[in-house]
Design a protein. Structure first.
Length: 568
């Protein structure tokens, strides 16, 4: 394993010896309209098929040789309202300057929080908005991207878990959710915050870039979820060494990223109610310290199998005060099998690992992908063979673009994805614990109160289907989701209280669209959500009924999104 890590580092570092200066301007993770447009264009065979789309943000100027990151179809040059398109040159062409798009994203939930992959936005009821803008400047190998974000959320109160709960149920909730920093509500009033957003400072030479960044990251091939890194939480400060385009070798292409970052706690309790009826304080005290995250993502595209990408991710996080030496800050050489770590980790830390693959078929205009991860390593190889699905999570997805024969450059896009975060039946023999939680690192795999990985959270499962008409930057369609909330908590703490099935399951149907007009990009989503057995409650339960979901024990929630971006 050490040889593999050293080989990866050698490839990335040696590639930097190419003194060609590059423009390391990124397309932020989750950019409405544009990010999915680039991925569709690759399926159509119109973009470099050696770019994996499994390490984002993308760097389109380098990966796809695009002049203007925010004008991939040249619509600004043809129909824009300004006299220029893209970055301005200065210092005899050695420097570049570009005003970044001004974006205003809005969100609304009528009954309770819903939604993820929205960056610095928080789970909240009521109205919420995120405003961002800035500039990108480069001279020689040095580049600066300043793109701060302002978030406002009305953060209205709602019927949470604590309503009409017994002390037993409250204790069980705290026992589970004190092991991770996922507050049900972000304070008692309106929420306001200014963040560094998608800002970075980089030195980029050839395909290699090193710098300091606060950008969101997305690792792996998933479109709705990612096991280890997504934009479900706000961006975090990190040092990064990464590729900005594939490194081509005689065996295939490589992409890689290594980060060392800082994760902060929200400072909020799991529930607003912190005491039992008898006055007992239910909150377990957490360590007053920030957490250090070290993580690695590597993708390989073998030249003998065009379109196939194989990847590997690994992440460690621990409280900063527990770290002391080089091995603690760069633990990538730690053996996977616990038997080879002697007495185990020298301090409390958590690690997560995943393997992934993405295979694109440009002739069929389709792709298939999966990611498989483990949250608790096996003791030895025999342990793994006997229980390979212990602590596993996975996602699987397919996408297909079907051309409309009577209409040029128009397609119907089909996308289906399954995410399974809950424990396997192996939990009946040996408890694996939930993903993103840890008994020693009580803030879990989170930043500012939101999970870094899959937005469905610990124990969550999701099945989603999206059918859309697409043409260029335009997209109109419908989506359906079935979302099971924290099944690990349900099986471990709720199901045995009354012997009745009361899984909290959401069924969501949405109409969504994306559109471009001149310099403007629009995105919208109107989603109706029926939450069955909301908060795992037994309201109006009839013991004589054989209904799977308890009648009259569901709530309706409207989730709306509306965004507009102005491209300069």
């Amino acid at each position: 394993m050490k040889k593999i890590y050293y080989s990866i580092l050698t490839v990335v570092i040696c590639s930097g010896l190419n003194l060609t200066q590059t423009q390391a301007q990124s397309l932020p993770v989750g950019t409405p309209v544009l990010e999915d447009y680039y991925r569709r264009k690759q399926l159509l065979g119109e973009l470099d098929s050696t770019v994996s789309f499994t390490s984002r943000p993308l760097f389109p100027t380098e990966a796809f040789k695009v002049h203007n990151v925010f004008d991939p179809d040249s619509s600004l040059r043809e129909d824009g309202w300004l006299k220029f398109d893209g970055p301005l040159s200065f210092a005899n062409g050695k420097g570049k300057f570009q005003i970044l798009p001004f974006s205003w994203q809005q969100q609304f939930n009528s009954h309770h929080p819903y939604g993820w992959n929205d960056g610095a936005m928080i789970p909240a009821r009521g109205y919420q908005s995120l405003i961002t803008g800035g500039f990108f400047a480069k001279i020689g190998p040095l580049s600066i991207q300043l793109q701060p974000e302002f978030v406002y959320a009305a953060n209205k109160s709602f019927d949470g878990f604590a309503l009409d709960r017994s002390d037993v149920e409250l204790r069980r909730y705290y026992a589970r959710y004190t092991a991770t920093d996922l507050p049900e509500r972000f304070g008692a009033g309106a929420y306001n915050k200014v963040l560094w957003g998608q800002s970075s400072i980089r030195l980029t030479i050839g395909p290699a870039s090193i710098g300091v960044s606060n950008e969101n990251l997305w690792w792996g091939p998933g479109m709705r979820n990612s096991l280890l890194m997504s934009n479900s939480a706000a961006g975090f400060k990190h040092i990064t060494l990464n590729t900005v385009r594939p490194i081509h070798t005689y065996i295939g292409s490589f992409e890689a990223q290594i980060i060392a970052g800082r994760l902060n706690a929200s400072g909020l309790p799991p529930l607003e109610v912190q005491n039992a009826a008898n006055g007992e304080n239910l909150l377990r005290e957490r360590k007053d310290d920030w957490r250090y995250l070290s993580a690695l993502n590597v993708s390989f595209q073998p030249k003998w199998v065009p379109g196939l990408f194989l990847g590997f991710t690994r992440a460690f996080h621990a409280y900063h005060s527990d770290l002391s030496g080089f091995k603690d800050y760069f633990p990538f050489f730690t053996p996977f099998q616990k038997v080879k770590t002697d007495d185990g980790d020298p301090f409390d830390r958590d690690q997560l690992t995943s393997l992934y693959a993405r295979w694109i078929f440009t002739k069929a205009k389709a792709e298939v992908y999966f990611e498989y991860g483990i949250n608790d390593n096996s003791y030895n190889f025999r342990d793994f063979i006997g229980s390979p699905d212990h602590s596993r999570a996975y996602l699987f997805g397919v996408r297909k673009l079907v051309p409309l024969k009577a209409r040029k450059d128009e397609f119907i896009s089909f996308n289906a994805e399954i995410t399974q975060m809950s424990q396997s039946p192996d939990r009946l023999v040996r408890e694996a614990g939930s993903w993103y939680t840890h008994s020693g690192v009580l803030d879990g795999y989170t930043n500012e109160g939101q999970v870094l990985g899959a937005g469905v959270g610990p124990g969550g499962n999701l099945q989603s289907l999206d059918v859309s008409w697409v043409k260029g930057l335009k997209k109109l369609g419908l989506s359906f989701e079935r979302y099971e909330h924290n099944m690990d908590f349900y099986y471990g703490s709720i199901n045995d209280l009354d012997g009745q099935s009361r899984r909290w399951v959401d069924f969501a149907l949405a109409a969504q669209g994306e559109w471009n007009y001149g310099n403007l990009l629009f995105n919208a989503k109107l989603q109706g959500i029926r939450s069955m057995n909301y908060q795992w409650r037994l309201k109006d339960y009839d013991p004589t009924s054989d209904r799977y979901y308890i009648p009259h024990n569901g709530v309706f929630n409207f989730h709306g999104e509306l965004g507009v971006s102005y491209r300069f």
